[in-house]
Design a protein around this ligand. Structure first.
Ligand SMILES: CC(=O)SCCNC(=O)CCNC(=O)[C@H](O)C(C)(C)COP(=O)(O)OP(=O)(O)OC[C@H]1O[C@@H](n2cnc3c(N)ncnc32)[C@H](O)[C@@H]1OP(=O)(O)O
Ligand SMILES: CC(C)C(=O)C(=O)O
Length: 573
């Protein structure tokens, strides 16, 4: 097939290709992610520094408590040397007994400048577990433009910074603090791999990681520049070439400039990374840090425990929106308002069939639907697992079909319409959506359904209204029926006989000139227990029309007679 795209006038000459890694024996494509990585939330640092209005102490605290509640064990709480707000926040959580659970490590970021390092370490006094995170950019353009130095000068910044962190930690922190160290060659993605390795090795020569003395080497995609596969190659290369690998926690910190941060993080894990830094819902500089919620839920949806609690995703989202003063997009994976909703007919049809099949499979196994593997088309996870209801799963507009309308009636009103009746009713809804546009809500659908099929005692409609009826069955199995009714405005008594109450009723109707023939009949209970209601559906040929009626009653015979009345009245409408 020919590709008919034409060259554009975009200035492509301004951009160069990103170098690939020469690693033909790469192993990461064959790896599987079978357990959750170590997570670090940097909502309070990288997320916060990207806000128009950085979080107030109160908003920071709400976010911190939320992260703790969700189960994050490593939380970057700020950049204490940036100013009083961050410094005081760090002090406040350290000084308040119990604010930082014993198994949570807080982390703080600093540039490699002595005054900033001193202030940073000072902020951690009294903490039980704390990590200082030092960074300096190592990429060519930063060496040339920002630091105006050689490779050795840049390496020296990292080496001196590391030594200063160790000295100030020794001087300012007591034995009560379990102290950790993290180094990031910022802009790792644009740094020559051998130079990034050289700087990391030089930092390790100073810090001397070893048994019981881990170093976190965090290799940031400060600006995302390559495909996730090349990012993974770079992680595999670093993992292979770093000395003292067993004492290194290899950490990934993707930003989302190309929109592939989640994939970059996942592939880096396959390539050997141990830890992921990111923010909830992808907050962070420019297009954001990698989204920790999507990553965690991706694991969950593959049957891997994310070790983070997402069971009330809307509460997490509300806290996030309050703290960041931003809104989550309606299409955001796993959490957006619309992500568990289908409007289109073929999706709705498959979803309804999927739910029905789940129920049938569970019943056949004698278990509940929660005990069997999730297999509903178009829904990668069960919305209930993140605290969502099924109400929004199907919403109806002009793109919808019978499955969606049927799903709403079943879900909201326990009415499981026969297939041909679904088609009939969906045409009625389709006419409404075509005429009026927009969405038809569940209550709109119910109002149309009631008006179309059910009696309205306040405003009776149709040819017949039935009041009382008795049916008797003789020993030959012949049913005789006597019904008090109003037919065409006249009170009358209808009598008829047949081989069941429905055929007896048809016989009675024939005597007043109504020619009805049964084509199909279905019924089901709508609830369990003594007060259970039954729904009967009857498809009739009435004169030259074929149409459905429904009856709802605690008694199945009455329900079926009501269904006949519903069909007869509709035929005359
Ligand atoms: C990728 C990232 O997210 S990194 C984290 C970025 N976060 C932040 O910057 C938020 C907090 N930052 C701040 O509040 C301020 O930048 C401060 C308080 C830390 C420092 O402010 P200032 O002293 O005014 O310096 P400024 O931020 O302009 O830094 C630029 C200077 O620091 C140097 N510098 C930048 N990064 C580093 C580093 N990691 N290590 C050492 N020096 C650095 C620059 O070369 C420049 O030096 P120059 O003035 O000699 O040219
Ligand atoms: C400080 C580093 C890790 C950072 O935030 C980045 O490079 O994006």
């Amino acid at each position: 097939m020919a590709n008919r795209q034409q060259p554009s006038s975009m200035p492509i000459h301004k951009y160069g290709r990103y170098d690939q890694v020469d690693i033909p024996d790469r192993t990461w494509p064959n790896q599987r992610i079978t357990q959750a990585p170590r997570w670090l939330s940097t909502d309070l640092r990288d997320g916060n520094q990207a806000l128009i209005d950085p979080m107030s102490p109160e908003r920071k605290r709400r976010m911190f408590d939320q992260l703790v509640k969700m189960g994050y064990k490593e939380i970057e709480v700020g950049f204490p040397a940036s100013g009083q707000t961050d410094f005081d926040f760090v002090r406040s959580i350290i000084e308040e007994p119990g604010a930082i659970p014993d198994d949570v490590t807080i982390s703080v970021l600093t540039q490699a400048r002595e005054d900033l390092i001193e202030r940073t370490v000072e902020s951690l006094k009294g903490a039980k577990r704390a990590t200082v995170h030092l960074y300096n950019a190592t990429a060519p353009v930063f060496r040339r433009v920002v630091f105006r130095g050689s490779k050795d000068d840049i390496k020296q910044i990292a080496v001196d910074g590391t030594r200063l962190v160790m000295e100030y930690a020794e001087k300012l922190l007591g034995p009560e603090t379990e102290f950790g160290y993290q180094y990031s060659p910022e802009i790792f993605t644009d740094t020559e791999l051998d130079f990034a390795l050289e700087v990391c090795e030089a930092v390790m020569d100073v810090y001397q990681p070893g048994p019981g003395r881990e170093i976190i080497l965090n290799l940031p995609a400060t600006v995302e520049r390559s495909t996730p596969s090349t990012h993974a190659d770079r992680f595999e290369w670093m993992g292979r070439n770093l000395t003292r690998r067993e004492y290194v926690c290899l950490s990934v910190h993707p930003h989302n400039d190309r929109g592939t941060a989640v994939a970059a993080a996942e592939l880096a894990l396959m390539a050997g990374a141990d830890r992921i830094e990111g923010c909830l819902f992808g907050q962070g500089e420019r297009t954001g840090n990698v989204d920790l919620v999507t990553l965690g839920m991706n694991l969950f949806s593959q049957g891997v425990d994310p070790q983070i609690d997402f069971s009330d995703i809307d509460e997490i989202r509300r806290t996030w929106e309050y703290c960041n003063q931003m809104e989550v997009h309606p299409r955001h994976p796993y959490v957006g308002d619309l992500v568990y909703t289908s409007f289109s007919g073929s999706h709705q049809d498959a979803i309804k069939k999927g739910f029905d099949a789940m129920e049938a499979d569970a019943a056949a196994k004698g278990v509940t639907v929660d005990d069997i593997e999730w297999a509903v088309p178009y829904l990668p996870i069960d919305p209930k697992d993140v605290g969502r209801s099924y109400e929004a799963v199907i919403r109806v507009n002009s793109q919808s079909g019978k499955g969606g309308v049927a799903y709403v009636l079943k879900n909201d009103h326990k009415l499981d319409l026969p297939r041909r009746m679904q088609i009939e009713f969906s045409k009625i809804i389709q006419a409404k959506t075509d005429a009026e546009g927009g969405e038809v809500t569940g209550s709109d659908i119910w109002a149309v359904f009631q008006d179309e099929y059910l009696p309205n005692p306040a405003n009776p409609w149709g040819r017949i209204q039935v009041r009382n009826g008795q049916s008797t069955t003789d020993t030959d199995g012949v049913d005789t029926l006597r019904v008090e009714a109003t037919v065409d405005g006249e009170d009358t008594v209808l009598t008829g006989s047949g081989n069941g109450p429905i055929s007896a009723f048809f016989d009675a109707l024939a005597k007043v000139g109504i020619d009805a023939r049964l084509l199909d009949y279905q019924e089901h209970t709508m609830s369990e227990g003594a007060s259970a209601q039954a729904a009967s559906y009857i498809e009739c040929a009435i004169d030259d029309k074929v149409l459905w009626g429904i009856g709802i009653d605690a008694n199945t015979t009455r329900a079926s007679l009501k269904a006949v009345v519903s069909a007869v009245n509709r035929a005359a409408r």
